[in-house]
Structure formats: structure tokens, C-alpha cells
Design a protein around this ligand. Structure first.
Ligand SMILES: O=C(O)c1ccccc1NCC(=O)[C@H](O)[C@H](O)COP(=O)(O)O
Length: 263
């Protein structure tokens, strides 16, 4: 059932990109994207330093296929500011409308409200979406190994470099990780959620992170909901996290984030 949803998401993205191309041709988008290079905030640097502290990518997520509505009416600008005050290293903003109720307006509102680098969290299946992200002033995009061919992963990583945008390359298995290593990914998101079943197991990132090379940043993603989860990961050598649902649903996201970081 969950695997069907992933197939539906990817099919939907193909239709969405085709429709967008008719409204804004790639040539126009390329020009827009290239004018934004000077505005970029470094997602990589925000995660890399300080090396000895917990660094969290705080997510703006209204809904999801596994949970339905999470916080459908959230205020992206207010939440971005709360996350910044709480010590977030970066933001992740869902820009998919059909399955996550997000959109580019959320990304723009969140980025304009704070000084943090922002990840466009979406299902990238075309170079068009990377130009789009750059034109919207995103600082990073998500590349999910599971939905890309080796050639696409390599081409899209190269395009990110060319546009001065960072890539968070998402893996879930050892073979995904090998593919991420092959393209020289610098920031690797290890998704604890199996996108084929939606089962979430925080041991996934802890065991796969041991296989990363020196200089690669491991980010544990999905299912992190307490300081205890963070401490367990710290013992396994992971200190970077991508956290959505537990932050968005917290009574006080700023305080909760500070507590997760260990402040
Ligand atoms: O969250 C889902 O249900 C989902 C389903 C299919 C593909 C992706 C999905 N989530 C995207 C994410 O990667 C998470 O939003 C992110 O890792 C944060 O997870 P969480 O802290 O568990 O909200």
C-alpha cells in the first residue's frame, strides 16, 4: 500500500513538472535560477559546524501520506522564527501540495522570515525542479536515491553544484548508500522511514551511519521525537537530525527544539 503511494507520488510529480513546463519554460526558469546565486545560504556549512554540537534541520510539514493532517493550518513564517530562536541549524519545507499540503509559498514565507538555510523537501525527478528550487531561493534540495536512476542522481548532483545549491541525498539501505557515495554526496540523510512500508525504525540511521566516509555528514531523518532518541544517536556517532512531526505538533516548538538540542 505504502509502495503504491510512492509510485503515485512519483507519477504525480511527472505530471506536475510537465504542467509547470508549459507555464514557465525551462529557459525562463534557468535565467531566474542563475540570478539567485548570490542570495544562497550554505546548508552544508550550517550542518558542518559547530562539529561538537547537535545540529537540527527543523521541518515545516502540514500533512503526510502516513499520518494525514499533522498541522494543516500552521504558520510557516511564525514557525520558522520559533525554530530559529530554538537553535535550528536549517529548515526543511515540504513543497509538495498533493500529498503533504505544502507549496512554494511555504518555502518563501519561511525563508523570508529568518536567516536559516532552507531545504526544498520534495520528490525531485527532473532537473526542472532543481532550477525551480534555485529560482525560489531554496538553499538545498532533497535527492532520494530510491526514486532516481544512477544517471539521474549523478546529473542532478552535478546540476546542484553548478547552481551553488546543496543536495541532501537520502538513503535507506546499504545499496542506496553505495549510490550516494558514488556521486560524492557530502550530506547524506539516512531515512529511518521505509518509504515502501512507512515503518519507522530509528536503528536504521544508527547502523548505516557507521558505513559513511570521513568528511560526509550523516543526518538521521524521521521518527525522532525525544531527547532520549537524540542521546541514543549521539552514542552511535550521529549528531545531525531532520525532524518534522514531533516539532510541528509540540506545544512550544521553540522550547522543544532547545530541549532536543540539549540546552
Ligand atoms: O512522512 C511521510 O509519511 C512520508 C511518506 C512518504 C514519503 C516521505 C514521507 N516523509 C518525508 C520525510 O522524509 C519526513 O517528513 C522527514 O524525514 C521528517 O520525518 P518525521 O520527523 O517523522 O516527521
Amino acid at each position: 500500500m505504502a509502495a503504491d503511494i510512492l509510485d503515485r507520488i512519483v507519477a504525480h510529480k511527472k505530471d506536475e513538472v510537465a504542467a509547470c513546463r508549459t507555464q514557465t519554460p525551462l529557459s525562463v526558469l534557468k535565467d531566474q535560477a542563475r540570478t539567485k546565486t548570490a542570495n544562497r545560504r550554505s546548508f552544508y556549512e550550517a550542518l558542518a559546524r559547530p562539529a561538537d554540537q547537535v545540529r537540527i534541520i527543523a521541518e515545516i510539514k502540514r500533512a503526510s501520506p502516513s499520518k494525514g493532517d499533522i498541522s494543516a493550518d500552521l504558520d510557516p513564517a511564525g514557525l520558522a522564527q520559533a525554530y530559529e530562536r530554538g537553535g535550528a541549524a536549517a529548515l526543511s519545507v515540504l513543497t509538495d501540495r498533493a500529498f503533504f499540503k505544502g507549496g512554494p509559498a511555504d518555502l518563501l514565507a519561511a525563508r523570508n522570515a529568518c536567516s536559516l538555510p532552507v531545504l526544498r523537501k520534495d520528490f525531485v525527478i527532473s532537473d526542472y525542479q532543481i532550477y525551480e528550487a534555485a529560482a525560489w531561493d531554496a538553499d538545498a534540495v532533497l535527492l532520494i536515491v530510491r526514486i532516481l536512476s544512477k544517471q539521474q542522481l549523478s546529473e542532478f548532483s552535478g546540476l546542484c553544484n553548478e547552481l551553488g545549491i546543496d543536495a541532501l541525498v537520502e538513503v535507506h539501505t546499504e545499496s542506496d548508500l553505495a549510490a550516494a557515495m558514488d556521486v560524492g554526496a557530502a550530506v547524506i540523510g539516512i531515512n529511518n522511514r521505509n518509504l515502501a512500508s512507512f515503518d519507522t525504525d530509528i536503528e536504521t540511521a544508527m547502523s548505516l551511519s557507521a558505513k559513511l566516509g570521513a568528511g560526509q555528514i550523516a543526518v538521521a531523518a524521521s521518527g525522532i521525537s525525544s531527547r532520549k532518541d537524540i542521546e541514543q544517536n549521539l552514542k552511535a556517532g550521529i549528531s545531525r537530525f531532520l525532524i518534522g512531526e514531533s516539532l510541528v505538533t509540540a506545544d512550544d516548538p521553540e522550547k522543544f527544539l532547545t530541549r532536543l538540542i540539549g540546552g
